[in-house]
Design a protein around this ligand. Sequence first.
Ligand SMILES: *[C@@H]1O[C@H](CO)[C@@H](O)[C@H](O)[C@H]1NC(C)=O
Ligand SMILES: *[C@@H]1O[C@H](CO)[C@@H](O)[C@H](O)[C@H]1NC(C)=O
Ligand SMILES: *[C@@H]1O[C@H](CO)[C@@H](O)[C@H](O)[C@H]1NC(C)=O
Ligand SMILES: *[C@@H]1O[C@H](CO)[C@@H](O)[C@H](O)[C@H]1NC(C)=O
Ligand SMILES: *[C@@H]1O[C@H](CO)[C@@H](O)[C@H](O)[C@H]1NC(C)=O
Ligand SMILES: *[C@@H]1O[C@H](CO)[C@@H](O)[C@H](O)[C@H]1NC(C)=O
Ligand SMILES: *[C@@H]1O[C@H](CO)[C@@H](O)[C@H](O)[C@H]1NC(C)=O
Ligand SMILES: *[C@@H]1O[C@H](CO)[C@@H](O)[C@H](O)[C@H]1NC(C)=O
Ligand SMILES: *[C@@H]1O[C@H](CO)[C@@H](O)[C@H](O)[C@H]1NC(C)=O
Ligand SMILES: *[C@@H]1O[C@H](CO)[C@@H](O)[C@H](O)[C@H]1NC(C)=O
Length: 797
Amino acid sequence: MISPKLLSIVVIACFVVQLQAVRFTKRASDSDALRWVNPLIGSNSGGNVFAGASLPYGMAKAVADVNGENTGGFATDGSQVIGFSATHDSGTGGNPSLGNFPIFPQLCPGDDLDNCKFLIGARATHYKNDSVKAEPGYFGIALENGIVAEMTVSEHAALFRFNFPSNGTGNSSSLSPLIMVDLTDLWASRQNASISIEAAEGSGTGRIRGNGTFLPSFGAGSYVLHFCLDVTGGKVKDSGMWVNNRAGTEPQELFVTRGFNLFYLEAGGFIRFHGPVADTINARMGISYISTDQACQNAEAEIPGPDFDFDGMVTSAKEAWRKKLAPISIETGGVDDNLQTSFWSAIYRTMLSPQDYTGENPDWESSEPYFDSFYCIWDMWRVQLPFLTIMDPQTQSRIVRSLLDIYKHRGWLPDCSMSTCKGWTQGGSDADNVLVDAYVKNLTGIDWELAYEAIVNDAENEPLQWSIEGRGGLMSWKRLSYIPYLDYDYLGFGTNSRSISRTLEYSYNDFCLSTLAKGLGKDTDTKYLARAGNWQNIFKADQKSLINGTDTGFAGFFQPKYLNGTWGYQDPIACSPLADFCSLTSNPSETFESSAWEYQFFVPHDVRKVISLLGGPESFLRRLEFFHTSGLADIGNEPVFLTVYMPHYAGRPGLSAKRAHSYIPSRFNSSTNGLPGNDDSGAMASFTLFACLGLFPNPGQNVYFIIPPFFESVSITNQITNRTATIRNVNFDKDYKNIYIQKVMLNGQPYEKNWIGHEFFTQGWTLELTLGDTESAWGTRDEDLPPSSSTGDMAMF
Ligand SMILES: *[C@@H]1O[C@H](CO)[C@@H](O)[C@H](O)[C@H]1NC(C)=O
Ligand SMILES: *[C@@H]1O[C@H](CO)[C@@H](O)[C@H](O)[C@H]1NC(C)=O
Ligand SMILES: *[C@@H]1O[C@H](CO)[C@@H](O)[C@H](O)[C@H]1NC(C)=O
Ligand SMILES: *[C@@H]1O[C@H](CO)[C@@H](O)[C@H](O)[C@H]1NC(C)=O
Ligand SMILES: *[C@@H]1O[C@H](CO)[C@@H](O)[C@H](O)[C@H]1NC(C)=O
Ligand SMILES: *[C@@H]1O[C@H](CO)[C@@H](O)[C@H](O)[C@H]1NC(C)=O
Ligand SMILES: *[C@@H]1O[C@H](CO)[C@@H](O)[C@H](O)[C@H]1NC(C)=O
Ligand SMILES: *[C@@H]1O[C@H](CO)[C@@H](O)[C@H](O)[C@H]1NC(C)=O
Ligand SMILES: *[C@@H]1O[C@H](CO)[C@@H](O)[C@H](O)[C@H]1NC(C)=O
Ligand SMILES: *[C@@H]1O[C@H](CO)[C@@H](O)[C@H](O)[C@H]1NC(C)=O
């Protein structure tokens, strides 16, 4: 029997039809998960989240762009607003992404065009810190000059609403409000651009159309984006172009390119209205990767005029988000409100990217879905896409189909992509893992034969440019069974580093391939399973690790190995937070973005073999403890995630729970600086979510590790089967002293394994965990542990 529990938040689940679901999903119509969503979490200190208005997976993403931490457009870092734009990526690192064709409102002193501030440096204006209002589907901000900007979006268009101060000092109240558009993007990567204006004097609307060629923020080639901007709200006074810091009402068309030494010309167009403005000025910005006409059609179809329904759009955007949050409900058990804020906001952030560009693919025609902003799959495959598999399986199927459609038309699965361009590969061919994760979780509507073909292509054929697709070093991979340090590879070209991490990732890619091969009845499964063991060839059993000359006492690390079989050397702490960061370009090393210490734990398919190589469970756990407490672990980057749950493989599931609590909320919380690193689309978000859920995936395998949820209970209704799965704590205490599982009941029967398969979600099972304040014998026996390939228990659950 379920006794009535304190219920702080319940989402109305529209799809609940099962009796069991009705029993466990409590409803309260006055409760709304949306009010717990704070889009500003991670909006400073490197979280780089997109804090503005977006629909779920929406292409249009409107926000105020700042000149501070502007990778995702806006930051709560007190910097200055330089524009308002309609395209962004969320959580990415490195160069700022998109932010094309920013618009900017202003009143020019004396109504003199020469007094307008066109250049980015000149127009930058501080915002009032306490004016920022960010909600799903809405972003509002007041500039210190009194102009208030609000914005909302449809799928491919944004609507901005500007309020000019009508009570300004001196004669500013009679000034003519001006809206300018700048032919730039956040990274100032524009190569060339065109613009034209139609704005008859006295008419109520002015239209500016244009396009530009830009560079992807982490990829190859260039992309063309088109826009169509309609400005309304008074009588047009005049319009024209600006170039550098001068403007004129002639001409009404302009083409700009890069000049002397690729000099960056700042230029764009403007429209002015007769002042004083009685009401707001609206700016509707349609965007398209196909054509300027399509940008206009997107705007007209999605945001009909002439009287734009701003409030109605905000309401529909919120409704779209409410539906996306609906499958999940929680009983909080009285935990701190901040955890709820973290939780619901994290779910929201998992659906900002990838972005649904269906109908906006400039490169080929297809009836399949087209998603972009896989930025990058290296970040997304581990937790974000697995989270969508649980929360939004229909969309995850469409995402997988779009990966396959990219393979079909480009000949290669993507590893990273943004703004329709190929992004740089970071490790293995990680789309392989995504496809196989979808396979072991029975996602529907996917052509598995095509998936097999695509992964075999990654495994067997080396592309000329393996920095943007496929894998490098395949000759050595097949002949020597590892990626050599300073490989000799004349088949293809890429950044010839990361031999350790690539060996580990390719091993896991091949493991995933063998799983699919076996499932489809191909005869290649044993071949790829053998290749999945290649990681063992770079394990150097006697390698020690010193920190500042002091031996850490742990021996055995992955090390670089030359073509001739001789060991190279990389300090095991190199690339850890105790040393320098290693990326593709800065300090490229044999491990990518983390150390040999951290990569020592990256063998997701054979953790038990790693445990035995490192001296057995006790010694392994000592090493894991040292790793997490010495500063070596980089909790702000994805390779670390699995290490939190590895005690499950050493028969100590309680230690995984304890470790998860050591990071949440201290490193993942609801403050604006509450992320330990770039959100990386929704990767940091999903790490938090799976911990709160009490089930953490080992993607590519039908495995979730069980720990107690951070709430009293969590229920999720699968959107395909309509069944509701519930994981519930007994003896839950909100201060988290009872975080150790004593006993588990699955659908009323005792359950001893410390892991469970995806059937839990699709079949709508119920797990009941009885908690205590010390570890117990539950889940500790050999037969209770998650499968590892070398223990021969890899059969699907
Ligand atoms: C606004 O916030 C930023 C960042 O917290 C801070 O540096 C700045 O001083 C604040 N400005 C005002 C006027 O309070
Ligand atoms: C007020 O108007 C006068 C005359 O047009 C102009 O010279 C002056 O710059 C204006 N002041 C402001 C603050 O706009
Ligand atoms: C103008 O209006 C704003 C908001 O109503 C108010 O805060 C401000 O003090 C007013 N300024 C003047 C100069 O009256
Ligand atoms: C714009 O730049 C792109 C990329 O450099 C180039 O391919 C294209 O030809 C240019 N367009 C014009 C009209 O010069
Ligand atoms: C951009 O717009 C100009 C002017 O309308 C047009 O000539 C050009 O073909 C467009 N460029 C692209 C890539 O569509
Ligand atoms: C190593 O020694 C240096 C200099 O004493 C010190 O700054 C640094 O923090 C030490 N590093 C570690 C990991 O102990
Ligand atoms: C193997 O190659 C490395 C790198 O060229 C070299 O330093 C080492 O001496 C070679 N080992 C043997 C046994 O030839
Ligand atoms: C929230 O997380 C950030 C980022 O990890 C951390 O710096 C901060 O100390 C945390 N705040 C709290 C109150 O735990
Ligand atoms: C799940 O519910 C939806 C909406 O009520 C319905 O269309 C669909 O057929 C149901 N699916 C199953 C498997 O019951
Ligand atoms: C997938 O389908 C197979 C065959 O129907 C079934 O045995 C398995 O339990 C399903 N797996 C999941 C995760 O639903």
